[in-house]
Design a protein around this ligand. Structure first.
Ligand SMILES: NC(=O)c1ccc[n+]([C@@H]2O[C@H](COP(=O)([O-])OP(=O)(O)OC[C@H]3O[C@@H](n4cnc5c(N)ncnc54)[C@H](OP(=O)(O)O)[C@@H]3O)[C@@H](O)[C@H]2O)c1
Length: 264
């Protein structure tokens, strides 16, 4: 029997329980995946052991705490220092981050040589690192300078809104919104003149926000870019996490076929 959960706050909106329970049922695995509202991230490790679970996903705002409480960190999570998947092996907690690989899986049919990431938070860090490793040239644009330091230190090209306005010549195949603009308001991730400049020259647009036709996606469609929201990223981060929970015994497409029913 596999006992799994998602820790977060808020967590009531999470689709992960549907995704993982459907996959377990479809792949004939005994198990249950629940949700756990965790207010204090410092209690994560203690709760994990007290609940007697085998694995968990971690969502906002505890991904950094999740990194801190693991005994071993594997893969991209080592660099970006945030964890969204924990698997218990014996008495040890192993941490992974499947957000960036999930995102990459969602754009695998796109032909992308260069990408611009709007936003400089946790998701932006994960995507910048992972996409660069996959050979994509990355530029990061953020509202404020402060959070750009992380990217400057790692030799990414960076711009604040102000410095970007002076840039004359550039071309990005893919424009990615990792800000929360459009999640609970109708704002764009950057001022309209910047957005138009970016989208006019782009081929693809992806918003990591899902299930909302955000102003970003609406504008991208006006410029005829091939666009998608963050649903596939969500699906594939779950697929890859599921395989970690089950010791990589499945093919990713077997899990995908079951898990995607959560979005029907
Ligand atoms: N689809 C999926 O599977 C998936 C997975 C992970 C995350 N997400 C989504 O990704 C989004 C970002 O998450 P995160 O953890 O990276 O957030 P975060 O660490 O809080 O970073 C937010 C970034 O967005 C910028 N920002 C926030 N509001 C803005 C606005 N109105 N206009 C312009 N810039 C704004 C911030 O700029 P400043 O530095 O100037 O404050 C910051 O750089 C969330 O909506 C989350 O739901 C989706």
């Amino acid at each position: 029997m596999h006992y799994l959960t998602i820790f977060g706050n808020p967590v009531s909106h999470s689709v992960s329980p549907y995704m993982h329970n459907l996959a377990m049922r479809g792949l004939k695995q005994n198990g249950v995946y629940s949700r756990y509202k965790l207010e204090n991230g410092k209690e994560l490790r203690e709760k994990f052991f007290n609940l007697g679970i085998d694995g968990a996903n971690i969502t906002i705002p505890h991904k950094e705490e999740a990194y801190a409480i693991c005994d071993e960190i594997r893969g991209v999570a080592r660099e970006i220092k945030t964890v969204n998947t924990i698997v218990k092996k014996g008495d040890k907690l192993i941490g992974y981050n499947t957000d960036a690989s999930g995102f990459y899986e969602s754009i695998k049919d796109f032909e992308v040589k260069s990408a611009v990431i709007l936003g400089a938070g946790g998701t932006a860090k994960a995507l910048a690192y992972y996409l660069r490793k996959k050979g994509i040239e990355i530029t990061v644009i953020n509202r404020s300078e402060k959070r750009l330091n992380y990217f400057v230190e790692r030799d990414f090209k960076t711009f604040s809104w102000q410095t970007f306005e002076d840039l004359e010549s550039f071309k990005f195949d893919l424009v990615i919104n990792t800000t929360s603009a459009g999640l609970e308001d109708d704002s764009l991730p950057a001022p309209l003149n910047i957005m138009e400049k970016l989208l006019k020259n782009g081929k693809y647009a992806v918003d990591v926000i899902y299930n909302i036709d955000t102003p970003f996606l609406q504008l991208a469609k006006k410029f005829n870019l091939i666009s998608k929201d963050g649903k596939e990223m969500l699906l594939y981060q779950g697929v890859i996490a599921f395989n970690h929970f089950f010791n990589d015994i499945f093919e990713l497409n077997e899990i995908t076929n079951e898990m995607k029913k959560a979005f029907d």
